[in-house]
Write a protein that binds this ligand. Structure first.
Ligand SMILES: Cc1ncc(COP(=O)(O)O)c(C=O)c1O
Length: 395
C-alpha cells in the first residue's frame, strides 16, 4: 500500500475496539437476559447468575476470590474508590491521614489525590527517575509509620509504558502495614495479573483497554480490607458500590479478559517485534529523536513507543498524521486539545521543549507489518516538513 493513504490506528492505550466475540457474549444480555439482577423473579435471577459467572471467571484470572471483586463504571471510578475510600476510612478509624502516590499516575489518581489534599489530607508525590521507574527506596523514605493510610503506584504507565517493580514496593508497604493499590488499567492483556503474586491489596481495571466495552471496570479489594464506600444507594455489590449493575458490560469484561489472557503469550511476542521495527525505523530516519522511558524490555509494555522530536509541536504533528490516516496521541487521551506538556514527561525530567513534540504510538491486535511500514514512510516526511516550515517561518 506504499504511497496510498490507509487508516492506521496506533492509539490502543486510549481505547480498543470491542472484540466481536465479546459483542457476541454481550448480545443475549440485551435481548433476552435483560432483567434487573436484584429482582427476585426468574429474569432477575438469570441476570444475577450472569454476573456471578463473570465474577468467577475474572477471579480465576486474578487469582482471588469472587467476593474480592467490586464491579465499577471503569478505571476512573475504581481509582477514586481506592483512594477516597482508603483515605476517608483511615481518617475515621484513626489510621492516619497521609497518602503516597507516584508523580506520574493517571489523572484518575492524581486529581483524586489533589482533591484529598484540598480536604486536608497529607499527600506525598513519589518522584520517578529518568527511565520512568519508581525506586523502591523512595517508597521507604516516603512512608510515615502509623500515619500513611495508602500507597498507590501504577503497574504500567499509560504514556511511556514503563512497568513498576510492584513486588519490591509491596514488600516495603507491608512492612509498615500500608495498604497498596495499583492502577493496572494499562497492564491487562500484557502483564500477569495474579494479585497475590503482585502483592497488591487493591487493583483497578477498565474493560475498554482490553477489547471490552467502555464504562465498566473493577476494583479488586483484598478480603479484610475496608474502605469508606463512595457510591451510596441500593445494596448492590454487597453494599460496596450502589447502582443497578451493568450486566452486559460485566459479562463483556469477563469475556474480554479471558480472551486477553489466552492470547497474551503470542500477542506480546508479535507486538514486541512490530514495536521494535517501528522504533528502529524512527531512530534511523528521524534525527533529533529521544525515546521517553526505559527501553529495558522487561520494564516497558511491549506495545508502547513514546518519542520526542526536537523542534516539533505535538498538536501540529498529530493533525498532520491524522491527514495521513494515522491515529496517534501525545500522551494521555485526557490531554488531547491541551497544549500543556504532559505531566509524565515532566516527571521523568524531559525538557519542556521536547515534551511539546511528544508522540505516543501504541500497538494492538489489528496492527500489521504493513501499518508499521506505512508509518515509517509517512512519519519522517511529516517531521521533516514541519521542521522545514518552522525554519522558514523564522528566516
Ligand atoms: C492508567 C489509567 N488509569 C485509569 C484510566 C481511566 O480509565 P477509564 O477510561 O475506564 O475511566 C486510564 C484511561 O486512560 C488509564 O490509562
Amino acid at each position: 500500500m506504499a504511497g496510498n493513504k490507509r487508516e492506521v490506528y496506533l492509539d490502543y492505550a486510549a481505547t480498543t475496539p470491542v472484540d466481536p466475540a465479546v459483542v457476541e457474549a454481550m448480545l443475549p444480555i440485551f435481548s433476552t437476559d435483560w432483567g434487573n439482577a436484584s429482582a427476585l423473579y426468574h429474569k432477575g435471577r438469570v441476570a444475577n447468575q450472569r454476573i456471578t459467572e463473570a465474577r468467577e471467571q475474572i477471579a480465576l484470572i486474578l487469582g482471588c476470590t469472587p467476593g474480592e471483586l467490586i464491579f465499577t463504571g471503569g478505571g476512573t471510578e475504581s481509582d477514586n474508590l481506592a483512594l477516597k475510600g482508603a483515605a476517608e476510612y483511615g481518617l475515621k478509624k484513626g489510621l492516619g491521614n497521609h497518602l503516597i502516590v507516584s508523580a506520574f499516575e493517571h489523572h484518575a489518581v492524581l486529581h483524586t489525590a489533589a482533591y484529598l489534599k484540598e480536604k486536608g489530607f497529607e499527600i506525598t508525590f513519589l518522584p520517578v527517575n529518568q527511565d520512568g521507574l519508581i525506586d523502591p527506596a523512595e517508597v521507604q523514605r516516603a512512608i510515615i509509620p502509623r500515619k500513611t493510610s495508602l500507597l498507590s503506584v501504577m503497574y504500567a504507565n499509560n504514556e511511556i509504558g514503563t512497568i513498576q517493580p510492584l513486588g519490591e514496593i509491596s514488600r516495603i508497604a507491608h512492612q509498615y502495614n500500608v495498604p497498596f493499590h495499583t492502577d493496572a488499567v494499562q497492564a491487562a492483556g500484557q502483564l500477569p495479573l495474579k494479585v497475590r503474586e503482585l502483592g497488591v491489596d487493591m487493583l483497578s481495571l477498565s474493560a475498554h483497554k482490553f477489547y471490552g466495552p467502555k464504562g465498566v471496570g473493577l476494583l479488586y479489594l483484598r478480603q479484610g480490607l475496608q474502605l469508606a464506600w463512595q457510591q451510596l444507594g441500593g445494596s448492590q455489590e454487597r453494599k460496596r458500590r450502589a447502582g443497578t449493575e451493568n450486566v452486559p458490560g460485566i459479562v463483556g469484561m469477563a469475556k474480554a479478559l479471558t480472551l486477553a489472557e489466552e492470547k497474551r503469550p503470542q500477542e506480546t511476542l508479535r507486538l514486541v517485534g512490530l514495536r521494535d521495527r517501528l522504533l528502529q525505523g524512527i531512530m534511523s530516519q528521524i534525527p533529533g529523536t529521544t525515546v521517553n522511558g526505559t527501553l529495558d524490555p522487561t520494564r516497558r509494555l511491549v506495545n508502547n513507543l513514546n518519542v520526542s522530536f526536537e523542534g516539533i509541536d505535538s498538536e501540529g504533528l498529530l493533525q498532520a498524521l491524522d491527514l495521513q490516516g494515522i491515529a496517534a496521541s501525545n500522551g494521555s487521551a485526557c490531554n488531547v486539545g491541551s497544549i500543556e506538556p504532559s505531566h509524565v514527561i515532566r516527571a521523568i525530567g524531559g525538557v519542556e521543549n521536547s515534551a511539546a513534540g511528544t508522540l505516543r504510538l501504541t500497538l494492538g491486535k489489528d496492527t500489521s507489518d504493513e501499518d508499521i511500514e506505512y508509518v515509517l514512510e509517512k512519519l519522517p516526511l511529516v517531521v521533516s516538513r514541519m521542521r522545514a516550515l518552522k525554519q522558514s517561518s523564522f528566516a
